[in-house]
Design a protein around this ligand. Structure first.
Ligand SMILES: [Zn+2]
Ligand SMILES: [Zn+2]
Length: 193
């Protein structure tokens, strides 16, 4: 069998800010995700999504609408697209979602809307917002790389139904999920044999 030479595997994550998101916040997120996934994280230009794209009755943005826009803006993407948005997101049969991912289409999204302490009537807390965003981003990228939900309440792949559950989990995977993601990523890498 002819061996195909493949350079050291390098997966890419493209961070796609929806409208204006603070640059320092995105830079810090990109660095942490790079370290977490050992992947190259590229910060893309902000994608403009007007308020008219929202479901006006719900005051929320439909997840599939967002995924469609992100994919149309990056048709030749060579990795996972992770959209970061201030819009409150929902999908069918869900009142709201913190985020979601489509493993087949390689697209994911995280909403900051319900991660902000102001949403719960508390004063702004930039560090808390960052930690929550990191946990939900690690979670959605975990899905994009093939992980399912985990029953370990401290694991990033635990399904958060409320902000308390997000706060209670850690911004990384448990040992079992760590092993699963390494296996899944190796299977996806373009190696022969
Ligand atoms: Zn999930
Ligand atoms: Zn886990």
């Amino acid at each position: 069998m002819r061996r195909r030479r493949v350079p050291e595997m390098e997966q890419r994550i493209h961070l796609v800010p929806i409208n204006a998101i603070e640059a320092a916040f995105l830079d810090r997120l990109a660095l942490c995700l790079e370290e977490r996934f050992l992947a190259r994280v590229e910060l893309e230009r902000a994608l403009s999504v007007p308020r008219s794209a929202m479901n006006s009755t719900r005051g929320q943005l439909f997840l599939s609408t967002l995924f469609g826009k992100v994919q149309r803006a990056h048709p030749e993407s060579d990795g996972v697209l992770l959209a970061i948005t201030d819009y409150d997101l929902y999908k069918t049969a869900h009142r709201f979602i913190f985020g979601d991912a489509d493993e087949v289409q390689n697209v994911a999204a995280v909403s900051l809307h319900r991660l902000r302490s102001e949403f719960y009537g508390e004063p702004p807390d930039a560090n808390q917002l960052f930690q929550r965003t990191l946990k939900e981003s690690v979670h959605e990228l975990g899905h994009a790389f093939g992980l399912k939900h985990c029953y370990n309440v401290r694991c990033a792949m635990y399904y958060s139904n409320s902000i308390f559950e997000t706060d209670n989990k850690l911004p990384h995977f448990c040992e079992a999920c760590d092993r699963r993601i390494s296996r899944a990523r190796n299977e996806r890498s373009p190696r022969d044999g």
